[in-house]
Design a protein around this ligand. Sequence first.
Ligand code: FE
Length: 439
Amino acid sequence: MSKTGKSRAREKVDILILNADELVSLAGDNQKPRVGKQMRELGTIRNGGLAIKEGRIVAVGKSTDIAKAYRAENVISTNGKIVLPGFVDPHTHLIFAGSREDEFQMRVEGAYYMVILSSGGGILKTVKETRKASFEKLVDLSLKRLDVMLEHGTTTAEAKSGYGLTTRDELKILEVMKRLDQLHAVDVVPTFLGAHAIPLEFQSNPTDYVNLVVEDMIPKATEKGLAEYCDVFCEKGVFSLEQTRRILVAGKNYGLKPKIHADEISQLGGAELAAEIGATSAEHLLFSSDEGIKAMATKGVIAILLPAASFSLMGGRYADARKMIDFGVPIALGTDFNPSCWIENQQLVIAFACHFMRLTPAEAITATTINAAHAVDKAKEIGSLEAGKKADVVVLDVPNHKFLGYRFGVNLVDKVIKNGRLVVDREKQGETVFIREPD
Ligand code: FE
């Protein structure tokens, strides 16, 4: 820096990351999610570095410049590796008890999901087991899942309720989320999904269940500040467009931002409704109409695409991501982690998105970082590597970003830094730190 030979005193920081073959910053306009060609612009810095202090990124740039301006006791050299923002998973059903491997076998043998659901399996089986599970049991189960997510580079995860379907059990699940957010390094963004399925006891009078969601669950969940979003499984035979609108409007009146499980199994008009109601996101979108997709683009509704869900349903159908990108819809990608789609790993979601939806690795990276951060309304804090943002950083043991999607089925994570703390270090065995003290 100094041409006179005298070097200026270097500022002391907590962690320096230096010598990344590629530092994928995703720096740019954080006001809006990236659309169209912007999804390919990664803001990559070759031989990049960054400085972290008190949980925040203080500088990003060329490694040589960073090393001249800052010093730290903890210097992480990332030669031959790449550095990315921590992955954001904007769609999970994190909290449930039990498992459904028997149903998986039925699907392998050709059964359709809606048949499994109408025979008392699917969501309703998980509801039964989750109602029986205690608060502590659910916390325990979910912490292990968050460990796996963090180990695979996810530093923020949205979580949906929806396996309780009584006021008491939905509140229990939302309380579990709050506890997880306190206990675990991964930040948990809570979504109320009381309208996930019609519970058995309301099968003959579903309107009464919608009344319960609107008049009891939403007021109680928001009174305790337990949710940021309200979501509805809008689908033929589950919640109609009318019921979905009613629930999301009620949620909005209580300060919950709308999300919709839309057009997953049939074309019901969920995408259109998401645009009409000003939803933050519409999710799945396998069967959405062109009009619905265009309406989403006009209103800036984010499409959260979930290729792992398509993969696990084995129907061979995936959302038309290329068309959505052409129409100018911002795309985010999530796992849809749930007991019928058991995946905690956003790296594998990127691989699915590249192989089955023809997203380029760069588009898929944008969709799992900055656009996913927008999908949970946290893009001012996370989703890119820029001075002032939270220091949520992953180091991947690959030479460039095109290895994402290309090399799949193994964990590429070398290190994870969450809130400025090294929480996963796979280079050093036994260095993984998952749990933090409540703050
Ligand atoms: Fe889902």
